[in-house]
Design a protein around this ligand. Structure first.
Ligand SMILES: [Zn+2]
Length: 239
């Protein structure tokens, strides 16, 4: 099992790009068809493995596709973070900032989520919110007792508040977010003694991979935007 990481050495992600890029929809992407291969429920929330067949499951291509079908191993924090990283790819595939979250109870997946704010035109559609929304439906209880949430990026204040409301037992995140992180970096809402519930936190699991995934995404986006600008310039020059 992993150890708690030192906050000072934690890989952190500068979310200034995140804030800038989340403000609008992405060119060339239609909100009516988020993805050809991501199964969506009626309310456009990605369906969990509990509600779709294995063939339809959004995790079928993830490194841990057989998590729930192989009950012989106790998966550790690293395994589950790899799982969350695979879910982050689902976000990236539909043009969203790659953040993934998986909610686990008794070493089994209860629900998944990945960023869908742009697709859904919904500021609240963060990976964590989608995962706990789906988990509530699966467990038929908004209180997600004895559950652990694994997420690739430190939760923002909105998500941290939701995790407290959901009575999550444990939060494990990858990269820290020193601009808006609310699980220790900027605020610490999840361990605030004034609130009626405190969450156990482990941070820094595959922090570098989690941070790089987001940084690479923005680097690619900037390149694409630059190329588009230059192409438009070229077109104008030819007129
Ligand atoms: Zn959030």
């Amino acid at each position: 099992m992993c150890k708690k990481s030192n906050q000072d050495t934690l890989q952190q992600f500068d979310c200034s790009d995140f804030m800038a890029d989340c403000s609008g929809s992405i060119e060339g992407y239609s909100s009516s068809s988020p993805s050809g291969d991501v199964p969506m429920a009626e309310n456009n929330i990605p369906m969990t493995p509990c509600s779709v067949s294995r063939e339809q499951s959004p995790i079928v291509n993830s490194p841990k596709a057989q998590f729930n079908s192989q009950n012989t191993t106790d998966y550790n924090d690293q395994d589950w973070m790899l799982y969350a990283l695979a879910l982050a790819d689902k976000a990236e595939a539909v043009g969203e900032i790659p953040v993934g979250a998986v909610l686990v109870k008794n070493n089994e997946v209860i629900a998944e989520g990945w960023n869908l704010s742009i697709v859904e035109h919904n500021a609240c559609a963060h990976a964590e919110i989608i995962a706990i929304t789906n988990a509530g439906k699966v467990l038929k209880n908004y209180r997600l007792i004895d559950c652990t949430l694994y997420v690739t990026l430190e939760p923002c204040p909105m998500c941290a508040g939701a995790l407290v409301h959901a009575r999550i037992k444990r939060l494990v995140y990858g990269a820290g977010d020193y601009k808006t992180g609310a699980a220790g970096s900027v605020f610490d809402l999840v361990r605030n003694e004034h609130l009626n519930h405190q969450i156990e936190v482990t941070s820094g699991i595959y922090a570098e991979q989690c941070a790089n995934k987001i940084s690479d995404f923005f680097r690619r986006r900037r390149k694409e935007k630059k190329a588009l600008k230059q192409a438009n310039k070229g077109e104008k020059g030819n007129v």
